[in-house]
Write a protein that binds this ligand. Structure first.
Ligand SMILES: *Cc1c(COP(=O)(O)O)cnc(C)c1O
Length: 388
């Protein structure tokens, strides 16, 4: 590990220069790599050498991206995927067998929920959900078949916070693999491995790229687990493209400055909404009113880019709010330089039944804002006029 700090590593931890002595890292758009001779080819395929063979297995640009994320998360190894969902699916599919059981937080990304409930049961991989406020009773849900605990924090879209240290202790005590989707925080704000996570997953599509250009995913953590994920993935082919890896690695150079500003803007917006008479409630991890404020302070450097709130007047008022927005984008993405407003009940979480939505804290009038990098006065003005 380098003695340098996060921001420095994000910039200076780059591929060795080629014979051209370029300053910025070049793009290796190549599907395969060549061998010196027959012996080189044999030894490479026998994995006696660590080198690139074929970009489904590894590529210099994706290795650079993965190395940066490993350093940021304090992880031993990793693999880069074409999307966050490719990372979630491949990670779990590589580690689980038919008959295994997942213990998962109830509040997880909509597609991860669909994976657990609509697809994994086909292979007899079953799950039990726990509610965020039920961590105390979590151990009672562990069965002899439980292999893995899965959670996200902060959660989407409710911006709840789970106690990572507590999850880490439970996983360790019962010898379970703890997998944390750290996408909402980014490695700059939170490093789950410090609290006992074995694997950390990111959708690189969000804060890591930060400009809404590419899809990407990455899993980092213990090398013995990552090796299994690598072996599964090099055969099944979900690898990240060299171009997207190159974009991502460049994006990580500015992650710290971007995320600092995202968080500063988000806290200002959350504070503004807290005092607004058309708003029922506001949730943001670094607001003192957040039920898990203390835990957020313990495990996060700042509150992240997402603010959730409820417009007074339910669905109709919510729809009127969205139709009145002028500057911000109506979209489902987050962690973008452009601020985005989403209506979870009718979009990202529409596949859930209304009971399931209620369990995850999604109400009809709930709005999720991914606070971007525009001037905060303009962001607040747009939301204020739409609330008016
Ligand atoms: C977006 C997201 C994913 C999925 O990532 P994609 O890149 O869209 O496949 C997974 N988890 C969380 C928390 C997300 O926000």
């Amino acid at each position: 590990m380098s003695k340098n700090k996060f921001e420095t590593n994000a910039i200076r931890n780059q591929l060795k220069r080629s014979q051209h002595l370029e300053h910025s890292v070049p793009l290796y758009m190549t599907s395969s790599f060549v061998f010196e001779d027959a012996e080189d080819m044999r030894a490479s395929f026998a994995e006696e050498k660590e080198r690139n063979i074929y970009s489904r297995y590894s590529n210099p640009n994706s290795s650079e991206f993965v190395d940066k994320v490993c350093q940021m998360e304090g992880a031993e190894a990793g693999f880069a995927f074409a999307s966050g969902m490719a990372a979630v699916f491949s990670t779990l599919a590589a580690l689980l067998e038919g008959g295994d059981h997942i213990l998962s937080a109830r509040s997880i990304f909509g597609s991860t929920h669909s994976l657990f409930s609509s697809f994994f049961p086909k292979w007899n991989i079953l799950h039990t959900y726990f509610k965020i406020d039920e961590l105390d009773g979590l151990e009672e849900l562990i069965t002899p078949k439980t292999k893995l605990i899965y959670a996200e924090t902060p959660t989407n879209p409710g911006v709840d916070v789970l106690d990572l240290e507590m999850l880490g202790n439970i996983a360790k005590k019962h010898n379970l693999i703890l997998v944390i989707d750290n996408c909402f925080a980014s490695p700059y704000l939170q490093q789950p491995i410090k609290f006992g996570a074995d694997l950390v997953i990111h959708s690189g599509t969000k804060l890591m790229d930060g400009q809404g250009r590419v899809l990407a995913g990455v899993t980092v953590g213990q090398s013995a687990l990552v090796d299994k994920i690598y072996r599964f993935s090099r055969i099944t082919g979900p690898a990240l493209s060299p171009f997207n890896a190159w974009v991502l690695s460049k994006s990580l150079e500015t992650l710290a400055v971007r995320v600092d500003r995202h968080c500063e803007n988000a806290l200002k917006l959350a504070t503004f909404l807290e005092d607004h008479d058309q708003v029922n409630w506001v949730k943001y991890p670094f607001l003192k009113s957040h039920p898990k404020y203390g835990i957020a302070k313990k495990q996060m450097k700042a509150g992240g880019c997402v603010v959730a709130f409820e417009v007074k007047g339910g669905l109709t008022a919510g729809q009127r709010f969205f139709d009145s927005i002028k500057l911000l984008s109506l979209s489902a993405n987050l962690g973008d330089s452009r601020s985005i407003v989403t209506h979870p009940a009718s979009t990202t979480h529409s596949k859930l039944t209304s009971e399931e939505r209620a369990e995850t804290g999604i109400t009809d009038g709930m709005v999720r804002v991914s606070v971007g990098l525009e001037h905060i006065d303009d962001i607040i003005d747009d939301i204020a006029q739409a609330l008016g």
